[in-house]
Ligand binder design. Structure first.
Ligand SMILES: NC(=O)c1ccc[n+]([C@@H]2O[C@H](COP(=O)([O-])OP(=O)(O)OC[C@H]3O[C@@H](n4cnc5c(N)ncnc54)[C@H](OP(=O)(O)O)[C@@H]3O)[C@@H](O)[C@H]2O)c1
Length: 251
């Protein structure tokens, strides 16, 4: 049985990955979707041609990993693609945000993504893909988004080194690094009062389409749009101290 597994499938980019995967990977028997909101997953399931298996759960709890491991052990599927899309960000200075919020960001964005990856790799083979949702926030530290940007640096770094480790097995890892995307993300993150972020906001459909093409082509990093490609170039050329001071002043 050939499957794809998508976390964060109940909204935004995770949901869009599920919707688009079946067009690019026509051989899939099932797509396994993970998130906390069952009704959202059921609504998605009802729209799909491919069989969707719902694994409702909280990736901050151990139970969901036990359920997934048991199911993998029982079905022994060939995992063609793992998309780690579950994640959240919370804007605010470290001294302002609660300890819980900041630690949960680290737990979901880094720990859960790593746990999911570790569980799924034994069921992957030549040609399988791992797609990790990092962010353009991975390119440079961001004051007032310190923990979030740091978690995404982890995702980018982890994805790049894992890609090198898995190269000999023919498994490709792609880190997706979007700028602002129009999803429910900002309901949690907090209002975007930054005009540059408003101006560069893109639709999840476009980011995911590009990410799936880049993953198919075995690219290390997927960046959608000229604005984010320019951002990446700027963070390579300009001293980070200069960028940090500018962000602190104007954001
Ligand atoms: N939107 C942006 O501007 C942007 C930019 C760059 C990168 N990203 C990254 O892209 C990824 C997807 O974000 P999005 O924009 O699509 O946001 P979103 O619409 O808020 O989706 C987040 C998904 O994560 C799931 N999730 C959150 N907490 C969870 C938990 N504890 N356990 C299981 N699932 C959980 C949510 O489902 P439930 O609530 O149903 O559990 C939801 O499906 C994230 O990693 C985000 O950091 C977003």
């Amino acid at each position: 049985m050939k499957i794809a597994i998508v976390t964060g499938a109940s909204s935004g980019m995770g949901r869009e990955f599920v919707r688009q995967i079946e067009h690019l990977y026509k051989e899939l028997d099932e797509i396994w979707v993970i998130a906390r909101r069952r009704e959202r997953l059921e609504e998605l399931q009802s729209r799909m041609l491919t069989n969707v298996r719902i694994l409702q759960g909280d990736l901050l709890d151990d139970d969901i990993y036990e359920i997934l491991e048991k199911l993998l052990e029982e079905k022994k599927p060939n995992v063609r693609m793992l998309v780690n899309a579950a994640g959240f960000g919370k804007k605010g200075e470290v001294k302002e945000l609660s300890c819980r919020e900041q630690l949960e960001m680290i737990d979901l964005n880094c720990r859960a993504l790593t746990h999911m990856t570790k569980i799924c790799i034994p069921y992957m083979c030549k040609g399988s893909r791992i797609v990790n949702l990092a962010s353009a926030a991975a390119f440079c530290p961001q004051p007032s988004f310190s923990v979030y940007a740091s978690t995404k640096s982890y995702v980018l770094s982890f994805s790049r080194s894992l890609r090198t480790e898995l190269h000999k097995d023919g498994i490709y890892v792609t880190a997706v690094c979007p700028g602002p995307v129009d999803t429910e993300f900002f309901e949690t993150a907090g209002k975007q009062d930054n005009p540059m972020k408003e101006a560069t906001m893109v639709k999840p459909e476009a980011v995911v389409k590009q990410a799936l093409i880049d993953a198919r082509d075995g690219k290390e990093v997927s960046i959608y749009g000229a604005a984010m490609k320019a951002t990446k170039a700027a963070t390579k050329i300009l001293p980070h101290r200069l960028l940090l001071d500018a962000m602190d002043k104007f954001w």
